[in-house]
Design a protein around this ligand. Structure first.
Ligand code: ADP
Length: 731
């Protein structure tokens, strides 16, 4: 702040002083008459041209009243002489300012205005703060007496009073304003509550209307309510009102209205209700009845009925019970239902018990089933293991396997089987291809056998050569097949196995070649030996050497046996190569059997061989070979049954065939062996067999001979019980 006085013009308490000034809310307010008049009065008393009431703020001096200083409303604190006056509680006087050193540079003094005289009395608040001045100014020097000072001081006191007065009137006005505002707010509230009141009145009005309406409705409702309602008045319990339902319940009409209850419902005498009602009136407390039984005359007869009800005392203005309201519902039906339900419940409990015992049974059955299931699981595991074993066996046995669906006719071949026919495992191989690869001379026969097996549902077991697809090499296969009937929901299907028997066949071939060679070689010396034996026998006979004759006879028999055996081998060889000749002639079977009988009786003494009578039956066949078959069967029966046992031979005509049967009581043949019995070189492997000589070609030759004649040979046998061999021939 610019200060022209050269001295400090800010008092120590300036902050508090300014606070005190601000309290009066007078700073920067427009001129007011009271202050103007006081300034005018000062100017007039001291006959000066200028009088000011100034208020000294922090930076500025405000003129609250300005007489003679034009339109100025204030001056800077650093210029105004009043700034000096507020430093002094007494009146500050400069009688001739230009002579005052501190005012020399003051623009009011040194400037155009040319101030010469200044006297300022401080305006002091009651608590001692100098907030401004009442000052008088002149442009001429003057003297200012002590009396003058006193008057100015008093006038400044009046200004202070006026400021105080002004403040209190401001505060009053503010309070008033507050009051007015409060009243306005109250007014506003009153206005809204008034509005609410008007609204409430409207609602009330509507409610009254609604009430009167609902009262009317209530009356109707009570009258037609589905609950029984009635009112009894006074100790006499006069029926004041009774709705339709209660009348119905009582079994009465509205004639009972205005009658005492005991007259309206005379049947109540002796029942507890009249007493209870009187008690309600006396005690002034309600009574609640729950499923109470009552006897009422309804429809002209006394009925038992049950009720839920309340007897409610209705108080008069004095608070005393004057009447009773009855509200009741009949629950007879419910009680009856409940009784029925209880009965049912009893029955259900019994059933429940039965069920729980059944449950227990089921539980134990369940446990058993569980055990069975566990067994099955075990079996399953075993089955899986046996399946595994089967696979291993198939692999080890180098078995080819095929499967044919009976419906789709589609055939599935195992990889090994494909290999047999010369196919790669990932190549498709058709059923037709496998047939085409069967060597021509076997093909038709194989197809026929397979078709027969399928048609009759029986199994087959054949050996045949096939030509490999690529290398054209010959391979011998043994093929089996059978129909597996539908089972466990699975359709029927054909399946079979094939095994490579090339090596075995080659062995056989070598064996055959050797045997036929040996047989050939043996045949000539044997024939000569036979000749020599016959010569010797003749000689012994002529010499009557009976011993030599009998020895030579036995030697002759053995040689004959040997010749037959060698002939058998040679026949077999011829048979295989298709070279065995069949010489057919017409002959009587009965005669052939008779001849066989004679021969048998002459040669077999170890067994009883019984021939059944045979009717004359002519057929065209190779007589010697058929005789050979019968002889073979008889000698087998002898070989494979105990000494002294019986053998039956029969020959019967059956339709267009003649059937020969040879039955023994011997060791029998297992089913497994029966299937292969007619194979070449096949012999049953059993302990007893070790002592019985044979090569396994007899039955093979029989089968060949019979088949060449268009007949069939088969066996029926039970182990240890005996066997019967049959063959038939067309005639
Ligand atoms: P073998 O020379 O061995 O008798 P076969 O071809 O005549 O040859 O017979 C083949 C096999 O059939 C015999 O080894 C024997 O095991 C069995 N066999 C034949 N006939 C009978 C029978 N009547 N009772 C029991 N087994 C028999």
């Amino acid at each position: 702040m610019d200060n022209t006085f050269g001295i400090d013009i800010i008092p120590d308490n300036d902050v508090q002083r300014i606070e005190a000034l601000k309290r009066y809310k007078i700073l920067d307010t427009p001129p007011e008459h009271s202050f103007d008049n006081l300034a005018k009065l000062a100017a007039r008393i001291f006959k000066v041209p200028v009088s000011l009431i100034s208020l000294v703020d922090a930076e500025q001096v405000y003129f609250k009243a300005n007489i003679g200083m034009g339109k100025a409303t204030g001056a800077a604190r650093g210029v105004s002489l009043c700034s000096l006056a507020v430093l002094n509680p007494e009146v500050t006087v400069f009688e001739n300012a230009p002579e005052e050193p501190c005012l020399l540079s003051n623009p009011n003094v040194a400037g155009k205005f040319g101030l010469k005289f200044y006297a300022g009395a401080p305006i002091t608040t009651p608590d001692g703060f100098l907030i401004g001045t009442l000052c008088i100014i002149d442009q001429k020097p003057r003297t200012f007496s002590g009396e003058d000072r006193e008057i100015l001081k008093r006038l400044a006191g009046v200004v202070m009073d006026e400021i105080e007065l002004r403040l209190s009137s401001i505060e009053e006005a503010e309070k008033l304003q507050l009051h007015i505002e409060e009243i306005a707010a109250i007014n506003e509230e009153l206005r809204t509550s008034n509005e609410e009141l008007v609204h409430t009145e409207l609602i009330l009005h509507n409610s009254i209307n609604a009430l009167s309406l609902s009262e009317a409705r209530a009356k109707y409702m009570i009258a037609d309510a589905p609950v029984a309602i009635g009112v009894l008045t006074g100790t006499a319990l006069i029926v004041e009102s009774a709705n339709t339902k209660i009348l119905e319940l009582w079994g009465k009409t509205n004639t009972v209205i205005n009658q005492p209850l005991h007259i309206a419902l005379p049947e109540l005498e002796g029942q507890p209700f009249l007493g209870i009602l009187k008690n309600v009136l006396l005690s002034n407390t309600p009574f609640f009845g729950n499923e109470l039984k009552a006897f009422l005359v309804r429809n002209g007869r006394l009925e038992e009925a049950y009720f839920n009800f309340v007897y409610h005392p209705v108080k008069d203005s004095s608070g005393q019970a004057a009447s009773i309201m009855i509200v009741a519902t009949e629950v007879t039906e419910q009680i009856r239902y409940r009784q029925e339900i209880e009965d049912l419940n009893h029955q259900l409990a019994a059933i429940n018990e039965e069920i729980s015992s059944t449950n227990e049974e089921l539980l134990s059955a369940n446990l058993e089933l569980k055990a069975v299931q566990e067994d099955l699981l075990g079996t399953n595991t075993l089955l899986a293991a046996s399946e595994e074993l089967k696979n291993i066996a198939i692999e080890q046995a180098k078995l080819g396997i095929w499967y044919q669906d009976t419906l789709s006719k589609k055939v599935i071949f195992s990889n090994r089987l494909k290999e047999f026919f010369g196919y790669y495992t990932d190549e498709e191989m058709s059923y037709e291809a496998t047939i085409a690869q069967i060597r021509e001379d076997y093909r038709d026969n194989v197809v026929r056998e397979m078709e027969l097996a399928i048609a009759n549902g029986r199994s087959y077991d054949m050996e045949y050569p096939v030509v490999e697809f690529r290398s054209k090499q010959l391979r011998w296969l043994r093929a089996t097949g059978k129909l597996n009937p539908a089972l466990n929901g699975k359709e029927a299907y054909f399946s079979g196995t094939m095994i490579d028997i090339t090596e075995q066949k080659e062995d056989d071939q070598r064996k055959n070649d050797f045997i036929s060679m040996v047989s050939h070689e043996l045949k000539t010396p044997l024939t000569s030996m036979n000749g020599y034996i016959q010569i010797l026998a003749l000689k012994a006979a002529s010499n009557a050497d009976t011993f030599a004759a009998s020895v030579l006879e036995r030697a002759g028999k053995q040689t004959k046996k040997m010749t037959t055996m060698i002939n058998g081998f040679l026949n077999m060889k011829r048979m295989e190569t298709g070279k065995i000749p069949i010489y057919k002639s017409v002959f009587d079977m009965a005669e052939l059997v008779r001849e066989t009988e004679e021969e048998t009786i002459a040669t077999i003494s170890s067994h009883r061989v019984i021939f059944a009578p045979v009717a004359r039956t002519f057929l065209e066949a190779d007589r010697d070979k058929i005789g050979q078959v019968i002889n073979n069967l008889i000698s087998n029966a002898v070989k494979y049954s105990a000494e002294g046992s019986t053998i039956h031979v029969a020959c019967t005509g059956k339709g267009n065939t003649v059937q020969v049967s040879v039955k023994d009581e011997g060791m029998g043949i297992s089913e497994h062996d029966q299937a292969r019995l007619f194979d070449r070189f096949y012999r049953v492997e059993r302990k007893e067999m070790e002592t019985i000589a044979g090569f396994g070609i007899g039955l093979y030759l029989c089968d060949e001979i019979v088949r060449r004649h268009g007949g069939k040979i088969w066996v029926e046998s039970v182990l240890q019980a005996g066997s019967t061999f049959h063959f038939n021939l067309p005639c």
